[in-house]
Design a protein. Structure first.
Length: 118
């Protein structure tokens, strides 16, 4: 009976384990982002240091699109996930030209990495 219960519990929890965030893997995913973004300075895109928890369109010294400034978004995990999947769908009029990252595992890893950059 214990084996059946343990097996059932593992079957239920396995999908969550597959989605575990890996900051080291997220650093590799961030390599694509480096073309426009950095930590500690603005570039083609805004500085991403401390982005998780920040209100969108507010980092000092970056010239955001009106769409981003007026989006009303705050970069929490769910909002960032939606945005990075398809930036132009989440914020029509954004200046970001990235087509999006559709791989949920890579997005989870990227978020874990961004959270280390406070």
């Amino acid at each position: 009976m214990r084996q059946i219960i343990l097996g059932a519990a593992l079957a239920v929890l396995a999908p969550f384990a597959a989605q575990a965030q890996d900051a080291a893997a997220g650093e590799k995913v961030f390599a694509v982002c480096k073309a426009c973004h950095a930590f500690g300075k603005n570039g083609v895109g805004p500085d991403l240091k401390g982005v998780i928890g920040r209100k969108a369109g507010t980092h000092e010294g970056y010239n955001y699109s009106a769409a981003m400034k007026n989006s009303g978004l705050t970069w929490d995990e769910a909002t960032f996930r939606d945005y990075i999947h398809d930036p132009k769908a989440k914020v029509p009029g954004t200046k970001m030209i990235f087509a999006g990252q559709k791989d949920d595992k890579k997005v989870s890893d990227l978020i874990a990495y961004l959270e280390t950059q406070k």
